[in-house]
Design a protein around this ligand. Structure first.
Ligand code: GLU
Length: 427
């Protein structure tokens, strides 16, 4: 498969929207670059006694709307371009759903599956130590992302708090509820994906009930999206992980698959691959993407839908649970084919919406019940979905056919641009 550079894709998406909306050059220039990218080398004493040095990044893309916000991922694919692209997407995601945050992303180039729990903890604590000068509740607030979870967030919170000399839960989101986390945060990204799917279908006059859905992935996003969509009456016919997927045209019982894979519903440390689940036919990840379903939900990693498979996709809707699963060229092919792509910065924004609610709760020291959190999440997300649809129609009336991603970008760029116009440029 051809290599696709996420930074280049993110910039092309941004430029396309900036051009259509006729964004001022000075703001376009500013938003084309990250404000700061910190690169650190993280020495870790391995269980064997040997010291290994890992490379880590924290990219702070833009803070016009508030403190930088975004997850930290642990993956062998992490590099500077990926982190910068992901931080750019966070910037537009936060603006789009109207939370008072800028955008950031962090990552460590490591295969966490090859590390023991103790090694992972030492790596996390040392990485936190290296970025302490640039993070904080009013500066930059990390969160979970690919292969990081609430335990890792707890180590970040603990390390930061020990260095500062007081408990500071608001420095990171996605923590367990008993360490200052928010009820509903764990499910939030998946819940947002499910709500986005239901609402976008509704806007096109369709009902979620009975719709067939293939989900690529079986991590935090995919699992909760699957469970909640199933509860909404949809039929999840396929899921997958890095080893491959399972397919059942009658629909999988996602709760049962979760039990098989995770052993419980905690969805933290994965115990088995989905391919060992007895109730489905084994398929490859590539086959999953090409299934004849109503909705395809890529919820794993970047660059899954490319110019090589975009013309073979049979789903009518693609809802991006992952960040950056569709390349720029693929987007154009899908658009021409009339396939609706609900972009990552909208579809998976449930996570950062509830991260915002977690940060608010931490700062006021008062915690809401889950219903209240879910209600606030749904309200913000549905509003953003309708605003994007409205933008889409506005441009259509002006004779410009744009896709959902471009409409979402235009809306969020406008929010940031408005702030620049008023705040001006220092000095
Ligand atoms: N990593 C998630 C994302 O890509 C969540 C970020 C956050 O909550 O800050 O949106």
């Amino acid at each position: 498969m051809k290599q696709h550079n996420p930074r280049e894709i993110a910039l092309r998406q941004f430029s396309r929207a900036a051009e259509i909306m006729e964004l001022e050059d000075w703001i376009k220039n500013i938003l084309s670059y990250p404000e700061r990218t910190v690169k650190v080398h993280i020495p870790v004493k391995m269980d064997s006694g040997e010291v290994q040095v890992f490379v880590g990044y924290r990219c702070q893309y833009n803070a016009a709307l508030g403190p930088y916000k975004g997850g930290i991922r642990y993956s062998p694919d992490v590099d500077e371009d990926e982190v910068v692209a992901l931080a750019q997407w966070m910037t537009f995601k936060c603006a789009l759903v109207d939370v008072p945050f800028g955008g950031a992303k962090g990552g460590v180039k490591v295969d966490p599956k090859k590390l023991s729990r103790a090694e992972l903890e030492r790596l996390t604590r040392r990485f936190t130590y290296e970025i302490v000068p640039v993070i904080g509740p009013s500066i930059d607030i990390p969160a979970p992302d690919v292969y990081t979870n609430d335990e890792i967030m707890s180590w970040i919170m603990d390390t930061y708090s020990i260095i500062k000399g007081y408990n500071e839960p608001a420095v990171v989101t996605g923590k367990p509820t008993y360490i200052g986390g928010s009820k509903g945060r764990k499910e939030a990204t998946g819940r947002g994906v499910a709500i986005s799917t239901r609402e976008v279908l509704k806007l096109y006059g369709e009902d979620i009930k009975g719709k067939t859905i293939a989900i690529q992935g079986f991590g935090n996003v995919a699992v909760f999206a699957g469970l909640i969509l199933q509860d909404m009456g949809a039929k999840i016919v396929a899921v997958s992980d890095s080893k491959g997927g399972i397919y059942s045209p009658e629909g999988l019982d996602i709760r049962d698959v979760v039990k098989h894979v995770y052993g419980d519903e905690e969805v933290n440390g994965k115990k088995k691959s989905v391919i060992s689940y007895p109730g489905g036919k084994q398929i490859s990840n590539e086959e999953l993407l090409l299934l004849d379903v109503d909705v395809l939900i890529p919820s794993a990693i970047e660059n899954q839908i490319t110019e090589e498979n975009a013309d073979k996709i049979r789903a009518r809707y693609i809802v991006e649970g992952a960040n950056g699963p569709t390349t720029f060229e693929a987007d154009e092919i899908l658009f021409k084919r009339g396939i609706v792509v609900v972009p990552d910065i909208l579809a998976n924004s449930g996570g950062v919406i509830v991260s915002y609610l977690e940060w608010v709760q931490d700062r006021m020291g008062y915690y809401w019940e889950e219903e209240e959190v879910n209600e606030k999440l749904e309200k913000k997300l549905v509003k953003a979905i309708n605003e994007v649809f409205h933008t889409l129609n506005l441009y259509r009336e002006k004779g410009k056919e744009i896709d959902w991603r471009t409409a979402a970008y235009i809306l969020s760029i406008e929010r940031i641009a408005k702030v620049y116009r008023k705040r001006g440029l220092f000095p």
